[in-house]
Design a protein around this ligand. Structure first.
Ligand SMILES: [Zn+2]
Length: 439
């Protein structure tokens, strides 16, 4: 055991960062640097990183690499900002075996601690495929999503930035149709859904999620025929605003979509209730669309008719300039694929909708940072922002499938993946190195 004097000395030294020492500078040589806002690549750029942030970005000829810098050579790759999946469920993994892909069974069979561990693994798999931000929108047991976010932020494990909803709030029953004995005697709907059927219950449910570690609110607008009224959705929005949260609505009907749009919700998940009229309303109000467009290549998770509608709706939303996010709802196991490989497969639907690569990339980056509200903190490769970036082979502006070959990932200035191999050792710690107060 160390003496108190030694311990206090260590605390004092820790409070004086970099006294007499120079922070390590990392210099990245980018063969091409992709700017998703302008939809262009610039050759031969140097990116300097210090203390986990971008400090300088410039052309190789004009920006000198400081002496002593660690140089990372990505001169054969395209460097670009990290990707965003605006709708996933990292602590849910339903499967063919044993539950025939019915998540009602998954949540009975998989306890929250196991799901939290799955979430850590799924988070690393997503990060390896270039997703540096995930909006995790419920169905996570008893706050496994909050445990994941806190574990990553405190510095225990590597993973993407997590924007998490806690428990999905819905009218009685949530998305389930339980028997009276299971619902009333065994409370089976909880913790997958939080019942809120009155204004007082709505307020309390939002506060419960805020208390237990959510950072956004997710509601079931119309999971039951009665659903939430415009005024009830507005109550969610105003109560969430007190803690600085936005509200996403799970919407599956046109009436539900209309009420969510009238109420001025932040984002709408799923395309079932969306058509041209709804898209016009969303575009006028700047409501984000998280359409969760399952590709036909993920056999068993959509069908040809459903897929044709999905593609047509996405095309319509694109033409009407709805703020489009890239969102997957990829909460299942596809044998042979990582969670990240399943998520990136969704570019197939965007290709089928005829959306140009530059606009697919905007949805996956800039609009993703906007819906996640990280734009002033992380996302773009800009001086002062957190140093998150990825690098791929080829030029994704010419061939969007280049995003399938993520060779390099940096998170908060630390290398997570290099030469196509995860190298996460620096991210693991025996304690909360970023502070236990992060909740
Ligand atoms: Zn979902």
């Amino acid at each position: 055991m160390r003496s108190a004097v030694v311990r206090y000395a260590a605390i004092i030294l820790a409070a004086l960062p970099f006294a007499g020492t120079q922070a390590q500078v990392t210099a990245i040589r980018a063969g091409r640097l992709l700017d998703p806002e302008r939809g262009v690549v610039t050759p031969n750029q140097i990116i300097l990183v210090e203390n986990g942030r971008f400090t300088q970005i410039g052309a190789a000829g004009s920006l000198a690499i400081p002496a002593g810098a660690e140089v990372i050579d990505l001169s054969s790759l395209t460097v670009m900002p990290g990707l965003v999946d605006a709708h996933n469920h990292l602590a849910l993994t339903y499967k063919d075996e044993p539950e025939s892909n019915v998540y009602y069974y998954t949540y009975v069979a998989d306890p929250t601690p196991l799901r939290a561990i799955q979430a850590v693994s799924n988070g690393m798999q997503m990060l390896s495929s270039g997703f540096t931000i995930i909006r995790d929108m419920g169905n996570n047991g008893n706050y496994a999503d909050a445990a994941l976010r806190v574990a990553i932020e405190q510095g225990w494990v590597p993973g993407p930035t997590i924007i998490n909803s806690g428990i999905i709030i819905g009218g009685m029953g949530g998305q389930f149709w339980p028997t009276p004995e299971m619902a009333k005697d065994h409370n089976i709907v909880y913790p997958e859904y939080l019942d809120a059927d009155t204004p007082a219950e709505i307020v309390k449910a939002v506060r419960q999620n805020a208390l237990f570690g959510a950072t956004v609110i997710k509601i079931c607008v119309d999971c039951k025929p009665w659903g939430y009224s415009v005024d009830e959705i507005k109550l969610f929005i105003s109560e969430a605003a007190k803690v600085g949260f936005k509200v996403e609505g799970h919407v599956q009907t046109r009436d539900g979509a209309r009420r969510a749009i009238d109420a001025g919700i932040w984002s709408i998940a799923h395309d079932n209730g969306l058509d041209e009229e709804m898209h016009r309303g969303m575009a006028a109000k700047g409501i984000f669309r998280a359409g969760t467009e399952t590709p036909i290549s993920l056999t068993g998770h959509t069908n040809p008719d459903r897929y044709a509608r999905t593609v047509a709706k996405l095309k319509n939303a694109y033409e009407l300039k709805v703020p489009l996010t890239f969102s997957t709802d990829a909460d299942y196991y596809v044998p042979g694929k990582t969670r990240g490989e399943v998520a990136i497969e969704f570019i197939e639907t965007w290709k089928a909708a005829g959306i140009p690569p530059a606009d697919i990339i905007r949805a996956m980056t800039v609009t993703g940072y906007k819906v996640s509200e990280t734009l002033d903190k992380r996302g773009l490769i800009k001086t002062g922002l957190a140093a998150d970036l990825i690098a791929v082979e080829g030029n994704p502006l010419e061939r969007i499938d280049a995003l399938r070959s993520v060779k390099f990932v940096m998170r908060n200035g630390m290398v997570f993946k290099r030469d196509g191999v995860m190298t996460p050792e620096k991210f693991f710690h025996g304690g909360p190195v970023n502070g236990w107060r992060i909740r």
